[in-house]
Design a protein around this ligand. Structure first.
Ligand SMILES: *Cc1c(COP(=O)(O)O)cnc(C)c1O
Length: 430
């Protein structure tokens, strides 16, 4: 198997960074999410470098939903990232990590009155998703005696080759305002007293393994920018969203490199803004690309059963990693404590949840496994722990962060008490 540079095999064990996964599992228990901080830094530098090689005024907003651990926010904040935030919780995490309000963009198609008031209070720019929301935000800002900088989210009606649940720029998606109606929205914003339209925002989807859709998206945005110039909008930023995919099937997938991504997007952007005679900042919102490959999920084999297939029953299921169940996603599986043993048998790697769909991986050739063996699920850093649940009343597992030789918890494992603590006894049951 092709391993990324921070993963290796030594003494028959899978290693991440400078650590043996077998030792980590022994020290911290399983299931366990393990993240290599150095890899996130490397990913950030590579993506930022690829973009700024073309244009200096680039700002990277980490898509907070991909991985919500505060330590990850701190790592990215220290690299200079802002964040694309969707909730009061993500705002709180980003600010706690030291990101400045000006480096955040409050996104989402269904913001509460409290979300809008929070953005106003903190001075966070808002990506407005509808004229209805614009009016509410204008009123909220007026009430606070403030003005809010906004962008509108454009729906570019672009079909992208990805899973339908994560294609967000389709004409039929719930996100954004159709490109044909966007000018009216900006006119209304220009006329409003307490909002100031300064940007335009778009995000076409996630796990996109081609660069053409991004180039088409930028073309649409340049077209919108041209119209905005005509009606007098002073455009300070163009935000092209995130969505760059990673090669989960390491032997097969051909994922664009950041350089290829930048090479497809930046010429369209640069020609566009030069023709228009403007120099807005370019904002990008990568989530998956920054964090996905930094993390492995370690899970222990509880038992092995051969029926119509051979099942390795492990201690992590879709409670901890829902992507295979939810999106039919593929994650590479490594027998972490038998990493150089020959693959001799086909296994389904199945979790402890009482649902048939609780399968982390199907039909994988692996070394002989038995109870006690350790499995690593690769590329689990994005939409992994972030989408975990307590389903089947299972406390969530711990998360460990590695930095060089150091290894430390960045989140302790939940306990049974954590499950029951928020529960309240209705008075008639007392
Ligand atoms: C989810 C999301 C992103 C990040 O998507 P990735 O595929 O993880 O890069 C960026 N922007 C918005 C608005 C999003 O909803």
């Amino acid at each position: 198997m092709i391993l990324p540079s921070h993963l290796s095999v030594g003494d028959g064990h899978l290693r991440i960074g400078e650590h043996d996964t077998v030792d980590l599992a022994r020290q911290f228990g399983t299931p366990l999410y393990v993240t290599d901080e150095g890899r996130i830094r490397e990913n950030f530098r590579r993506l930022a470098g690829a973009l700024t090689a073309h244009y200096k005024k680039v700002r990277i907003l980490y898509a907070a939903k991909a991985n919500g651990n505060l330590a990850i926010f701190r790592t990215l904040a220290s690299m200079g990232a802002g964040a694309d935030v969707f909730s009061a919780g993500e705002v709180a995490l980003a600010l706690a990590a030291g990101m400045r309000p000006e480096s955040l963009l409050f996104n989402g198609s269904s913001k509460t009155p409290a979300d809008l008031a929070l953005a106003v209070e903190k001075g966070i720019r808002v990506s407005v998703d509808s004229p209805d929301e614009l009016r509410q935000l204008d009123a909220a800002a007026g009430k606070a005696g403030k003005t809010v900088d906004i962008a509108f989210r454009v729906n570019p009606a672009i079909d992208v080759p990805t899973h339908p649940k994560i294609a967000t720029g389709l004409a039929t998606s719930k996100f954004g305002i159709p490109a044909g109606e966007i000018l009216d929205a900006y006119r209304e914003a220009l006329a409003a007293e307490h909002v100031n339209p300064v940007g335009v925002h778009c995000h076409i989807g996630s796990q996109i393994l081609a660069v053409e859709p991004f180039a088409r998206e930028v073309e649409v945005l340049i077209g919108v920018a041209r119209d905005l110039l005509d009606i007098g909008v002073d455009l300070k930023f163009i935000d092209i969203g995130g969505g760059l995919g990673i090669p989960y099937r390491r032997e097969i997938d051909r994922a664009p490199t950041p350089e290829e991504y930048a090479g497809a997007v930046m010429p369209v952007f640069l020609k566009g803004i030069r023709d228009l005679g403007i120099e807005p900042e370019l904002w990008v919102e990568p989530g998956r690309w920054l964090v996905a490959d930094s993390t492995v999920l370690l899970t222990r084999v509880n038992s092995v059963k051969t029926a119509h297939a051979t099942f390795a029953n492990v201690d992590a299921g879709f409670n901890l990693l829902v992507r295979p169940t939810m999106y039919d996603s593929y994650h590479e599986i490594v027998a972490a404590d038998r990493a150089d043993a020959p693959a001799v048998r086909e296994y389904s790697v199945t979790g402890p949840i009482c649902e048939t769909g609780d399968i982390l991986a199907k039909g994988r050739m692996l070394p002989d496994l038995s109870a006690g063996n350790l499995i690593a699920v690769l590329d689990a850093g994005a939409y992994g722990f972030a989408m975990s649940s307590q389903y089947n009343s299972r406390p969530r597992c711990a998360e460990v962060l590695l930095a060089g030789e150091k290894a430390a918890l960045m989140r302790r494992a939940e306990t049974i008490e954590d499950l029951t603590a928020p529960m309240v006894t209705p008075p008639w049951q007392e």
